[in-house]
Design a protein around this ligand. Structure first.
Ligand SMILES: [Cu+2]
Length: 62
């Protein structure tokens, strides 16, 4: 999963100002990825190969 952030393929900023963007890259079935969100706010993220099919998500911290 990949944060909406200009550092990730020039996507628009859709995480809090000052928050670190993340990009898990591709994951195989038994692989995992974790991120710790330190800044309160709304984080929108997407799946690089499936965003066009609606595979997106939102995390609210705080
Ligand atoms: Cu996907």
């Amino acid at each position: 999963m990949t944060a909406y952030h200009p550092k990730n393929f020039e996507r628009p900023l859709r995480i809090p100002e000052g928050a670190e963007p993340w990009n898990s890259d591709y994951l195989l079935p038994n692989e995992s990825f974790s991120v710790t969100l330190q800044v309160e706010g709304v984080y929108d993220f997407y799946c690089v190969p499936h965003a066009h099919a609606g595979m997106v998500g939102r995390i609210i911290v705080g």
